[in-house]
Design a protein. Structure first.
Length: 161
């Protein structure tokens, strides 16, 4: 079983779409959002991970009264490949799956956070030049920068200029 996961906008949907086009069945999916170019989460995994995240207590544990029921549901799953970014919500979620099924392989995708910040800020600056009403966003951007460590700030600004 291959699980595709990662934080938002890191490419999980792209990989899932690629594997689907290669012929892998990703199961009944939450719909594809063309505007965001994201989606393809498997409904069963989505539901299980929402439940697991709701069950995790303040000590970061899944109460024993839920574990057997959740284990049985996970063991019954028959997909070879599926995607759900909710595995990154809490480390206990992926740990629970891994402890329950030993046939799991995890493809954890990530994105360079500096590149992401630079891209979104360049877009914001460009939009503010086209629409003067976006000036408040630039002020907020300046205020956000004041909370960024100097070394990270230098890297970001170097890429913006």
């Amino acid at each position: 079983m291959l699980i595709i996961t990662g934080l938002g906008r890191c490419g999980t949907s792209f990989v899932a779409l690629f594997l689907q086009k290669m012929g892998y069945d990703l199961g009944d999916q939450i719909t594809w959002n063309e505007e965001m170019r994201a989606g393809l989460e498997w409904k069963k995994a989505y539901g299980l991970n929402i439940s697991l995240s709701n069950f995790i207590d303040k000590q970061g544990k899944i109460p024993e009264e839920y574990t057997e029921e959740m284990e049985q549901k996970i063991l019954k799953l028959d997909k070879i490949v599926f995607k759900d970014p909710r595995f990154t919500w809490h480390p206990k979620i992926i740990e629970f799956w891994y402890d329950t099924r030993k046939d799991i392989q995890i493809l954890l995708l990530h994105r360079d956070p500096i590149a992401d910040i630079v891209k979104s800020r360049k877009k914001l600056i460009k939009e503010s030049r086209q629409d003067p009403r976006r000036g408040d966003d630039i002020i907020q951007f300046r205020n956000d920068i004041l909370n960024i460590p100097q070394s990270l700030l230098n890297t970001i600004l170097g890429k913006l200029m």
